[in-house]
Write a protein that binds this ligand. Structure first.
Ligand code: BTN
Length: 253
């Protein structure tokens, strides 16, 4: 795997944007934590070859071995409400992967990217500053398994890799940033549409728990806030957070 290089990333990003700071580490606890702490208003890209305390959603850890993955955080001021930031980021990451390979990526609402039935990427968005209930700056954390082939037991049934061991992580990281800037300005409707076309649970039966009650229904789409819409016996329920589990497939959370 090609070494991470701050200069390479900066050079590529600077073809389009001149205000970006880039930090690269051999090892760090979490690029998200570092980016949150160091953000000073200018867009900041942080990468590490490995993370000793990589974080996922819902307090989980993110397995981040050396030399086989892309562990990246982007801290920035937000031009849009952050409620669809994860949607925006997922679309940007899928686009960037698509520039380097013809692997078919799919999205599991709300923040996981799958390929070949396995989770190959997780996204963790965290707000940095909030004004009147709206995040005006945030960090987007992206963890992609490029060529990792061994995972801890607890995630081994769901985690997989893109199988891209030759990819230049510097090029991919720069492309993710470039796509993110594009998608941030694409307009909400177009982003939601693109996201929806990649959602692999559309039309499938899902189960979920809301207010401690279990439901079963069919995923029909997402609304303007990025909520997943489920048809439960003809009534549409909008899910804003939490987890869903597929009933129709042997899917492990
Ligand atoms: C998830 O799958 O729940 C989200 C995983 C997010 C992992 C990335 S790796 C880079 C960044 N730094 C972290 O500590 N987490 C994110």
């Amino acid at each position: 795997m090609i070494m991470l290089s701050r200069d390479k990333i900066l050079k590529r990003v600077a073809e389009y944007f001149d205000d970006v700071e880039v930090s690269v580490f051999d090892s760090i606890d979490s690029t998200n934590s570092y980016a949150k702490g160091e953000f000073n208003g200018s867009p900041l890209i942080v990468l590490a070859d490995t993370q000793t305390g990589g974080r996922g959603r819902l307090g989980r850890s993110f397995f981040s071995p050396s030399g086989t993955g892309l562990y990246m955080s982007i801290a920035l001021k937000l031009p849009l409400a952050a409620d669809t930031l994860t949607v925006i980021a997922a679309v940007a990451v899928c686009r960037a992967i698509g520039r380097f390979s013809d692997k078919k990526t799919e999205i599991k609402w709300v923040n996981d990217i799958f390929c070949g039935g396995k989770k190959v990427c997780g996204i963790l968005c965290e707000s940095i500053s909030v004004t009147d209930g709206r995040a005006d700056s945030a960090v987007i954390g992206i963890g992609i398994n490029l060529s990792t082939d061994e995972f801890p037991d607890e995630i081994s049934t769901v985690a997989g890799s893109l199988g891209l061991d030759k990819i230049d992580r510097n090029e991919l990281a720069a492309q993710i940033y470039i796509e993110l800037m594009y998608v941030l300005n694409m307009g909400k409707e177009a982003v939601l549409h693109e996201y929806e076309t990649k959602l692999f649970i559309l039309g499938k039966e899902v189960s979920f728990v809301k207010n401690s009650i279990s439901y079963k229904g069919t995923a029909t789409g997402i609304n303007e806030n990025g909520n997943l819409l489920i048809d439960v016996n003809g009534e549409i329920v909008a899910l804003s957070s939490g987890e869903i589990s597929l009933v129709s497939e042997n899917f492990v959370k």
